[in-house]
Ligand binder design. Structure first.
Ligand SMILES: NC(=O)c1ccc[n+]([C@@H]2O[C@H](COP(=O)([O-])OP(=O)(O)OC[C@H]3O[C@@H](n4cnc5c(N)ncnc54)[C@H](O)[C@@H]3O)[C@@H](O)[C@H]2O)c1
Length: 352
């Protein structure tokens, strides 16, 4: 690697093996990385309007300097863009540009671009290689790692997707300097989640923000890597990553997505922490609430148990009459607890 900045390399061994490289300024090495992986090829790049305006010229310059011909497709920023219409238009764009199976796709943006780009890569010509270049904290620690790709359809978020691992994740932590503080905070909810579910030392490190971004992103990625290697197709342990999400998704949906994902997950984690002692597990609500408040999260839940239950009934993680909740045992150790959905309602009535 020509760049001398401190960087981390984390290797993932899943249905495809690949590296995740993390560092300040690591984007400068992307051309070199693409050469190592694919040699001479053409590149399709998917990005969104914000990321393109802020960083589009830089990435194009880096790839062009390495000898690559890049055809760029820009979607409007925002969750609404993670649609079947945009995916079809992008697939058509790649076909019009005559990309072949020996070419590759780069998803340059947050989770929306990463999810849409990954699914497009899995479908175009029955699968072409792709590289994730995450630009939000959430995408860096979560969506760019692990190969879940998806689009939203009118019936719900992420209902159409595939497991399709990238060939490389190139995470330049410097790109996050331009994030709006609210978007950065959303990512912090996921970072805190990793501490609660699997790493008390990480949790403790987060007590005094701002945290060292490279160290913390790398630790979160290692945790996700370990979980994905054990349960790539989400039949068991991967469920732990869902901590706070069952209730968070319900809150997000009830608010008609005016409450952001990170804020909703923060509220959802507190609800799960309140339910834990009702199931004989530890009481961590006070500590968790203090930390989340310190990061600026509003933890009030504006909905009733019954309203949330209605949404939870259509949760895609529900199996028959049962739902598996992720409940904290102690900080750094969460359990998967399966119970009848009616019991979830009873518990919810006690805590919201
Ligand atoms: N595949 C997975 O495993 C997984 C996991 C978690 C979340 N997700 C998905 O990720 C999506 C949310 O991701 P997100 O929070 O990154 O949202 P996002 O992609 O919409 O990005 C949030 C906002 O930040 C802007 N932005 C991105 N990078 C920027 C930068 N460097 N500087 C300034 N602005 C920038 C974007 O334009 C957008 O307006 C959801 O669709 C969710 O379903 C997927």
């Amino acid at each position: 690697m020509t760049n001398s900045t401190t960087y981390r390399k984390i290797h993932v061994s899943a249905s495809r093996s690949y590296d995740i490289i993390i560092g300040d300024g690591i984007l400068a090495t992307l051309g070199e990385q693409v050469q190592k992986l694919f040699g001479k090829c053409r590149l399709a790049m998917l990005t969104d309007s914000n990321v393109n305006a802020l960083h589009g010229a830089k990435i194009t310059e880096i790839l062009t300097a390495a000898g690559y011909d890049v055809c760029k497709y820009v979607i409007p920023a925002g969750e609404e863009s993670k649609s079947a219409e945009n995916m079809l238009a992008f697939l058509n764009f790649m076909a019009e540009n005559k990309l072949t199976r020996s070419d590759a796709l780069i998803a340059f943006g947050g989770g929306v671009v990463g999810d849409l780009g990954g699914l497009s890569a899995s479908l175009y010509l029955r699968g072409i290689p792709y590289i994730q270049v995450p630009t939000t904290l959430l995408a860096a620690v979560d969506s760019s790692v692990g190969g879940k790709t998806a689009i939203d359809i009118p019936a719900g978020k992420n209902l159409v997707g595939a497991f399709y691992q990238p060939h490389l994740v190139c995470c330049d932590t410097k790109l996050m300097d331009t994030l709006h503080p609210d978007i950065y905070r959303d990512g912090c909810a996921e970072v805190i989640k990793y501490g609660v579910i699997l790493d008390a030392a990480l949790y403790n490190k987060l007590q005094t923000p701002p945290f060292n971004r490279i160290d913390v992103v790398a630790r979160c990625v290692e945790i996700k890597r370990d979980v994905v290697q054990e349960d790539e197709f989400d039949n068991g342990k991967r469920g732990l990553l869902n901590f706070g999400h069952t209730f968070g998704h319900a809150i997000e949906k009830l608010s008609n997505f005016t409450i952001s994902h990170g804020s909703a997950v923060a509220k959802g984690m507190v609800i799960a922490a309140r339910i834990a002692p009702l199931c004989g597990l530890a009481e961590i609500e006070k500590e968790l609430t203090e930390l989340l408040t310190h990061y600026g999260f509003n933890l009030d839940c504006p909905y009733t148990a019954e309203q949330m239950y209605e949404i939870i009934l259509s949760d895609k993680k529900r199996r028959g009459g049962n739902l598996t909740l992720v409940l904290p045992h102690t900080l750094g150790d969460c359990h998967l607890v399966t119970m009848p959905v009616e019991e979830v309602l009873e518990k919810l009535k006690n805590v919201v």
